[in-house]
Design a protein. Structure first.
Length: 271
């Protein structure tokens, strides 16, 4: 089995300080958070950024400042979000790839997202794919439901993105696929044989799905974007605490953890 790539989704677009008092908002806080996750064993940071008021933004300058500060502290890989927040335009969302990331997300389908709709039309997916390919950035295909896998495969068949593909199954978003073992097993079996995959479980599905990801040879994502708790009713102290748990689980289950440089090869990043 390949070594385990741990991604830390440290900020997200929706979480607030009221829900998680230790949430990082400024570029300096985000960089320190990323560094602590790197020290704990994360090979990659899935990055969202916030504006001065603490709201999600896809502003390229804000992304660039955060990416630079993270890179000044440690060699962790940086994957920028192009998902942004619900309601943002495609043009707004794709700005983040101007920050020279190692990787970027590409959500391959529209779904309900709680009480809202996270829109990713065919036109948007093709636009994002073309722009990432032009910049030599490998996309992580964010799949919140099963049909999104097929949309990702179709993008490759049409020549918008290169194979082998890398998927992230984000399970447990209310309105999309639930975070259950059965769903993960199906999604894992539904991707091309040469593809790699990561799993992220929202809320209480985080730790069970991470454990399955370790056992099944996938890769895993944890962090405040997906889950602010350590246990039931017990807020996590930090993103690093969530990463530390993954490292312990991996050790107990006999899976080695990848460094950022190893992760770059395992995921087949382009640069
Ligand atoms: N904030 C969600 C609506 C991504 O980062 O690519 C979308 C999201 C996906 O977080
Ligand atoms: Zn995200």
């Amino acid at each position: 089995m390949e070594k385990l790539v741990i991604t830390a989704a440290i900020v997200g677009a929706e979480v607030t300080r009221a829900e998680q008092p230790n949430l990082s908002l400024s570029a300096a806080e985000i960089a320190e958070d990323a560094y602590q996750c790197y020290k704990a064993g994360a090979a990659m940071i899935h990055l969202h950024v916030r504006d001065a008021a603490g709201n999600a933004t896809q502003d390229k300058e804000v992304f660039t400042a955060a990416v630079k500060l993270i890179r000044a502290k440690c060699p962790v890989l940086v994957q920028v979000s192009t998902g942004g927040a619900v309601g943002m335009s495609a043009e707004e969302r794709i700005q983040s790839i101007e920050a020279d990331p190692d990787m970027a997300t590409l959500s391959t389908g529209t779904c309900n997202f709680g009480t809202e709709v996270f829109e990713n039309t065919q036109e948007m997916m093709e636009l994002f794919a073309k722009k990432m390919t032009a910049k030599n950035i490998k996309p992580e295909l964010e799949c919140f439901d099963v049909g999104m896998i097929d949309n990702g495969v179709r993008l490759a068949k049409k020549g918008f993105i290169k194979t082998p593909l890398h998927f992230d199954f984000v399970l447990g978003v209310p309105g999309a696929a639930p975070g259950t073992p059965e769903v993960l097993m199906f999604m894992k079996s539904h991707i091309p044989a040469d593809a790699t995959w990561t799993v992220a479980g929202v809320g209480r599905s985080e730790t069970p799905l991470v454990t399955m990801g370790i056992i099944l040879g996938g890769h895993v994502r944890v962090g405040f974007e997906d889950n602010v708790f350590y246990g039931k009713g017990d807020l996590a102290k930090s993103n690093a605490q969530l990463v530390e748990r993954v490292v312990r689980l991996a050790k107990e289950l006999g899976r080695e953890v990848a460094t950022p440089e190893e992760a770059r090869k395992i995921l087949g990043l382009y640069k």
